[in-house]
Ligand binder design. Structure first.
Ligand SMILES: NC(=O)c1ccc[n+]([C@@H]2O[C@H](COP(=O)([O-])OP(=O)(O)OC[C@H]3O[C@@H](n4cnc5c(N)ncnc54)[C@H](OP(=O)(O)O)[C@@H]3O)[C@@H](O)[C@H]2O)c1
Length: 322
């Protein structure tokens, strides 16, 4: 029903377009930047969104030729409907590229993060990515299309409180490596993009969710992880401040689409270049030490003591007030 609202856009769609691209998670951040950039270059963009308003927003921000498709990567029916629609519009043509971009970040200490949250994290970032890929492959194969998986620097190292997100991005690396060889016979290229901190709404979502999850923990858990949470929360706020614009990722995506033979991996940002390199050349314990120092991550006993001190000082303050 909703997709039909955008069918007027199909008339605007230029049959001599440069190529066609499906992008998941195009409502904001990197996905939106890629949709707008590729549209400007002349690609026919099928932009995956979950809300009608986000599709309209994309049309307003672009040439008007972008075709929003309702796409929830955790919902098989939604994937089927979306790709059926893409197929209908493309007719006998194949799909030039799939950009697997949709993802969520659920931060928290692994000891206590609800397992349901881990399931959700993997469902969107890993299983959703593969389900959409499977649905697009027949269309991609027709023209030896390309697949670009949005990974992360956290697909190479796993900092505290980002264990579930990193697990999902390590899995994206694994899927990319296997797919790359499996799809070789049809001349299809699969690349993974590994950005560091990029300025997008994800930082706000992730710090808000992190705070909410932490606050839902019982007092004893907060005691154990309070200082660890504080330093990682501050680190996330700082990363959000120093993050680089998402248009840089969009330009890398353009490079992957237009390269004669794209590279298998694209690391974006100085932070990602340095941390990925260090994580690969250093012994684990030395790298752990560097991360610990960099974040100011505490030892458990120090964290507990600090939390107890905070509690006592708060109690004293309330007593004084009384
Ligand atoms: N920003 C960074 O610093 C950074 C760094 C490294 C890698 N990355 C990666 O870059 C990609 C884009 O992230 P971003 O920073 O641009 O974040 P973002 O602005 O939060 O965008 C995430 C997108 O994923 C969509 N999404 C979430 N759940 C979905 C689902 N079940 N089905 C379909 N779409 C869904 C969101 O749609 P709704 O609006 O409907 O929720 C949104 O469009 C992700 O793969 C992320 O891991 C980002």
């Amino acid at each position: 029903m909703f997709d039909n609202n955008f069918d007027n856009n199909i008339d605007k769609h230029n049959s001599t377009f440069f190529g066609s691209v499906v992008i998941s998670g195009a409502s904001s951040g990197i996905g939106q930047a890629c949709a707008i950039h590729l549209d400007k270059l002349g690609y026919q963009v099928f932009a995956g969104v979950r809300k009608e308003i986000d599709g309209q927003n994309l049309i307003n921000k672009s040439s008007g030729r972008i075709i929003p498709i309702i796409l929830d990567v955790t919902d098989e029916t939604s994937i089927k409907k979306a790709i059926y629609r893409v197929k209908k519009i493309l007719g006998s043509k194949g799909l030039t590229a799939l950009i697997n971009n949709a993802a969520i970040v659920i931060p928290g200490a692994l000891e206590y993060i609800p397992v349901s949250k881990l399931r959700k994290q993997l469902e969107v970032n890993v299983i959703g990515l593969l389900s959409l890929t499977q649905a697009c492959l027949p269309l991609l194969r027709k023209v030896s299309g390309r697949i670009i998986n949005m990974g992360s620097q956290n697909g190479k190292f796993s900092p505290p409180f980002l264990g579930t997100y990193s697990a999902s991005k390590f899995a994206v690396e694994a899927l990319t490596d296997a797919l790359r060889v499996e799809l070789q016979p049809w001349g299809m290229h699969v690349s993974v993009v590994e950005p560091g901190a990029i300025k997008t709404p994800v930082w706000k979502k992730c710090t808000n969710d992190g705070l909410q999850i932490f606050n839902s923990f019982p007092k004893e858990v907060k005691q154990l992880y309070s200082l660890g949470f504080d330093v990682m929360y501050k680190a996330a706020l700082e990363s959000a401040e120093t993050a680089i614009p998402c248009e840089i990722v969009a330009k890398t995506v353009e490079k992957i689409l237009t390269a004669k033979k794209p590279k298998t991996r694209y690391v974006i940002g100085l932070d990602a270049k340095i941390t990925i390199l260090l994580s690969q050349i250093m012994p684990d314990r030395l790298f752990d030490k560097i991360l610990t120092l960099y974040f100011g991550y505490p030892t458990t006993t120090k964290a507990q003591t600090t939390y107890e001190q905070q509690e006592t000082s708060q109690k004293n303050k309330s007593l004084h007030r009384v």
